[in-house]
Structures are given as C-alpha cells and as structure tokens.
Design a protein around this ligand. Structure first.
Ligand code: NAP
Length: 260
C-alpha cells in the first residue's frame, strides 16, 4: 500500500469546516495527519471536526476564528505550535462590476485572498526550514490561469499571492519546504451554489438551468467533488513530493482548454 509518509505530522487547514478546505482536511486525516481546523462558525466547525475524528481517528483541534484578521491567525498559530503542513484558504470575494470597487473593496479582497496566506506563511516557514520539512498549499482558483471577468477581485488578489509564492518556492526548496497552488475549477460547494444563484438572478434563468449549462460546458460533464480536490492536496503534501514546488495545479475537469 502507498504510504504518504506524513502520518503524525500536523497540518493547519484554514477555512475547513466545509467545501474545498474540508476536502483537504479529510484527505490529510485519511493519511494520518493531525489537524488544526479553522472556520468562523463554531458549530459547523465542531461538526466537521467530529466527522473527521470519527472517520480517521486523528487528533483534531478546532479554532473558530476569522483567518483574515491578525487575532484569528494568532489564535490558529497558538493552538497549532509547530506546523508541518499549511493549507491556506478563505472565503472568496464577491462578484461584481469593477466600477463599483473602491480601495477598501480591494484591501478586503487582498486581506482575505493574499495577505492572510502571506502572514501565515511568514509565521511558519522558518521553523519548517529548521525542521527540513514543510508543505505549503494555497487554495486559489482557476481564475489565476484564466480570468473570470465578474470575479475581478479574485483574479487580482489570487494572482498576487501566486506571484509572491512563485519566488518564495525557489527560496525554500533546498530545505524540503515546498510551496504550491491548487486551482479549483467548479466544485460542488456552497460557494458555487451562491455563484449559480447570482448568475441565475442576473440572467433571469433558473438555478437548475445555470447549473446544467455549467455541467454541459465542462469536458467531464459535471462539477468536481471535494474529495477529488482533497486527494490532490494530500498528494502535494506527501513526503514524496519534495521535488514538486512552485507549481499551480488546475483541477477543473479539463475546462481550461490548452495543450500544456
Ligand atoms: P465554501 O464551501 O463556501 O466553504 C468556505 C469555508 O471557508 C467554510 O468552512 C467557511 O466557514 C470558511 N471561511 C470563509 N471565510 C472565512 C474566514 N474569513 N475565516 C475562516 N474561515 C472562513 O467555499 P469553497 O467552495 O470551499 O471555496 C473555498 C475557496 O476556493 C474560496 O476562496 C473560493 O472562492 C475558492 N474557489 C472555489 C471554487 C468552487 O468551485 N467551489 C472555484 C474557484 C475558487 P465560515 O463561513 O463558518 O467561516
């Protein structure tokens, strides 16, 4: 049986009570990783943590906090102690027309989808270097590769994080610390449901109709499942993935049409 080589290590998985973050937490726990799980809503987080404990028997510490704030990150880092694996994630910014956005709108998006990850990386990367092991995974978006016009805040903030991490990954690779991005296409989560509702309203269509078009347009003829996303995260964090760094892996059912 394939051993991922990370059983007993400790992962902080941000924004992980639901959706893609939960998928990553679940997959890491399946290969024996102990977890610090985080989200803002304590009850949903507690349920999610219980499900993972019951299923995989790993240690799970829950920290109900807003990861986009200094206090939230401090609480997560304090509960964690030494971090072997960091999965950065947060809620995505709202869609909209760029004409309506102010500096404050941008700062909020950057706080959530760039600076929260940056601050957490800054806090954990030197101890990872000393320990000669670290895996940092940023959950970003397919929009990093192929912009989604109505999600301009996401396009901008996530591209900024990706650019920073491209350089960082080359600075830390020699210490067996890797930094990579996972780029979701369209996955079955609450976030995609709200985007579907938004499009349905804007286009005067039913939600079912919008969802069916999304599925039809995708080469896989369906949306992705969080388990599929989580598996890729566990692979990226494996002890055997030390030579995989500075990469941004798109998981989108083949939706982005390119040869490479
Ligand atoms: P989701 O199903 O809505 O789940 C979001 C999770 O993040 C929840 O656990 C939520 O819990 C937590 N969260 C949100 N804001 C937080 C904060 N400030 N601090 C701590 N936890 C927070 O979303 P998802 O679909 O998994 O999306 C995850 C990320 O991937 C988002 O940035 C999204 O834009 C991006 N993405 C998703 C897709 C997709 O198809 N699903 C595609 C491209 C990009 P609380 O609300 O209780 O905090």
């Amino acid at each position: 049986m394939l051993d991922f080589g990370i059983a007993g290590k400790k992962a902080v998985v941000c924004a992980s009570s639901k959706g893609l973050g939960f998928g990553c937490a679940d997959a890491l726990a399946a290969v024996g990783v102990n977890l610090i799980m985080n989200a803002r809503t304590a009850e949903t987080l507690a349920n999610a943590a219980d499900r993972i404990r019951d299923k995989h028997g790993v240690e799970v510490t829950e920290v109900a906090a807003d990861i986009t704030t200094d206090e939230g990150r401090a609480a997560v880092l304090e509960a964690a102690g030494h971090v072997d694996i960091l999965v950065n994630n947060a809620g995505g910014p709202p869609p909209g027309d760029f004409r309506d956005w102010t500096r404050e709108t941008w700062i909020k998006a950057l706080d959530a989808n760039m600076l929260a990850a940056f601050e957490l990386i800054k806090a954990v990367v030197d101890p990872m270097i000393e320990n000669k092991f670290g895996r940092i995974v940023n959950i970003t978006s397919g929009s990093v590769k192929s912009p989604i016009p109505m999600l301009g805040l996401s396009n901008g903030a996530r591209a900024a994080l990706t650019g920073f991490c491209a350089g960082l990954s080359r600075q830390v690779a020699q210490h067996n610390v890797t930094v990579n991005g996972l780029l979701p296409g369209q996955f079955n989560t609450d976030r995609i449901e709200s985007l579907i509702t938004n499009s349905a309203k804007a286009e005067g269509r039913s939600r079912e109709d919008v969802r069916a078009s999304l599925e039809e347009r995708n080469p896989a003829k369906r949306l992705g499942e969080i388990e599929e996303f989580g598996f890729a995260c566990a692979w990226m964090c494996s002890a055997h993935s030390g030579y995989l760094t500075g990469q941004n892996i798109l998981i989108d059912g083949g939706s982005f049409n390119s040869t490479l």
